[in-house]
Design a binder for this molecule. Structure first.
Ligand code: BG6
Length: 507
């Protein structure tokens, strides 16, 4: 796999949030670090009527907000901005595509490219199905030899449910081959998410205990301390199950639970991910009633409630929080619950996986803190303060025989400077090189939807199922605590005592 000599990157949704916050800063860093093809143009496409110069000014301004100060290099910013071009069009309008094609050909002539294009769909999901069909109509989908490749990156959520995901896969396969299609889940581009694989498969000590015989339960948490910011219009129609759970969280479950791939290549790795999805234990109505908690943040002293956010229905029942208990029906994991949760407006931003090992069979020593037998935990911290923590018991120095919980703490940054480029940069670079390993394959998307669609249907058919309010800035509905208590456990919260139980209500 190698980098092409020339390329035009076409960003649909060029005036949107993702483009300014993530894509342009990532492309800038790739440019600064000389990781992009030498002959390059980036063509922004959206409905806003910018001229090239106006678009460049707009992006220059946005970069000043979203590139870290230590990464700003004025000469590099200028040369990056010079790579930008803009084409105003409505991507839903088929008639606009012949002009897009002409514009691309003129850019080709300008930079010495030969129809080597990478399309990035950073648009609202309603356009994901339309754009590939229109590209196909004008032949902009066809690979024409080694230096005339076409690749397409499409954002999540890929589909709205199982049926629409199948339909979308059909549309994509009709226009492109699978190896041209890159379904992005940016969690997979995070260094520390990839590090789960290193931890599990580059070490031999974990494998013998990584199964139902030694693991009691697993927690997967990805919470944020922000609300939905300016994304109300998108988020209110989507909700957390589609925005975070069906892709990012289940991806983390897959990496924790998968079997070792035969080799680290796209097929073997994605085969194992797909197998985990296929093994998820289908949810019964009882599970959906009792083991899925959805919540929505309400106003607190310092933060707005979800329903007060811009472009949100004031009576919205869209969930901004989901906690659920899931199972994996296979030899390794049968009977081990995976508790997953994600929410907005939590007390902090943290993503981590906690593997709770089974307790000692009998409590031999006294522990001032713990009454029950002791259990070890392995915490894989994905962000922030990336690292691994192993918790175990040690004797307290001095007379008597008391034991105390201690931590062995590895910080990922101790290996050297962490890469400054973020997950998007890594994934865009992989796509440019034609490496689909860290992108989601069509069968995995469908299996994931197959598992989650019954939840969406159940919520739709049972409006009486509660959406629990939780005050912004707390750890989510107390019902999710109750779900953990059933297991005799508490969620592992990095900071406790932030909940004010009087503020909870049902919406
Ligand atoms: C995105 C979701 O995919 O991931 C957002 O659409 C969420 O709602 C974001 O905020 C979280 O990603 P990260 O990398 O900031 O943890």
């Amino acid at each position: 796999m190698s980098k092409p000599n020339s390329l035009v990157i076409v960003i649909f949704g060029a005036s949107g949030d993702l483009t300014r916050r993530k894509l342009m800063p990532s492309l800038y860093l790739l440019h600064k670090n000389k990781r992009l093809p030498p002959h390059l143009a980036i063509l922004g496409v959206s409905r806003t009527a910018y001229k090239d110069e106006e678009y460049r000014e707009h992006i220059r301004e946005e970069l000043s907000h979203f590139v870290k100060p230590e990464e700003v290099d004025e000469a590099q910013i200028r040369s990056f901005i010079d790579l930008l071009y803009y084409f105003p069009m409505d991507p839903a309008n088929a008639d606009a595509y012949p002009s897009l094609q002409s514009r691309l050909l003129s850019l080709d002539a300008l930079i010495g490219n030969q129809e080597n294009y990478l399309y990035y769909l950073a648009t609202p999901p309603s356009l994901y199905g339309v754009i590939p069909q229109h590209l196909k109509q004008v032949g902009l989908n066809l690979d024409k030899g080694v230096e005339k490749k076409k690749r397409i990156i499409v954002e999540k959520p890929f589909g709205y449910d199982l049926e629409s995901a199948i339909e979308l896969n059909k549309i994509y396969k009709d226009a492109f081959r699978e190896d041209q299609i890159f379904r992005i889940d940016h969690f997979l581009g995070k260094e520390t998410v990839q590090n789960i694989l290193a931890l599990r498969f580059a070490n031999s000590i974990f494998e013998p205990i990584w199964n139902r015989n030694y693991v009691d339960y697993v927690e997967v948490t990805a919470v944020e301390n922000m609300g939905i910011e300016q994304r109300g219009g998108f988020f209110d129609g989507v909700g957390t199950l589609r925005d975070m759970v069906q892709n990012h969280l289940i991806q983390l479950v897959a990496l924790t639970a998968m079997e070792p791939p035969m080799a680290f290549n796209a097929d073997s790795f994605r085969d194992e991910v797909a197998k985990v999805y296929q093994s998820l234990t289908p949810l019964t109505e009882e599970d959906m009633n009792e083991h899925i908690i959805r919540g929505q943040y309400t106003a607190s002293e310092t933060r707005k409630g979800y329903r007060e956010e811009k472009n949100v229905d004031p009576l919205s029942r869209t969930e901004s929080y989901v906690a659920m208990k899931i199972g994996i029906s296979n030899w390794r994991w049968s009977g081990v619950p995976f508790y997953i949760r994600t929410g907005k407006q939590m007390p902090t931003k943290v993503s981590e996986i906690v593997v709770h090992f089974k307790p000692t069979p009998y409590r031999l020593f006294n522990s001032p803190e713990q009454k029950s037998p002791m259990a070890n935990q392995l915490i894989i911290r994905l962000q922030p303060n990336e690292g691994i923590v192993l918790k175990f018991e040690m004797k307290v120095p001095g007379s008597g025989f008391n034991v105390e919980r201690v931590s062995m703490d590895f910080s990922y940054s101790s290996l050297g400077e962490l890469p400054t480029e973020d997950a998007y940069a890594r994934l865009i670079e992989d796509c440019i090189q034609g490496d689909p390993t860290l992108f989601t394959r069509s069968d995995a998307v469908e299996s994931s939807w197959q598992f989650f669609t019954p939840v969406l249907t159940f919520w739709k058919e049972h409006p009486e199922i509660p959406v629990y309010g939780y005050p912004a800035g707390t750890w989510g509905p107390r019902e999710s605590e109750a779900m953990m208590h059933e297991h005799g456990a508490d969620w592992t919260n990095p900071c406790k005592n932030l909940t004010n139980t009087d503020l909870y209500c049902e919406l």
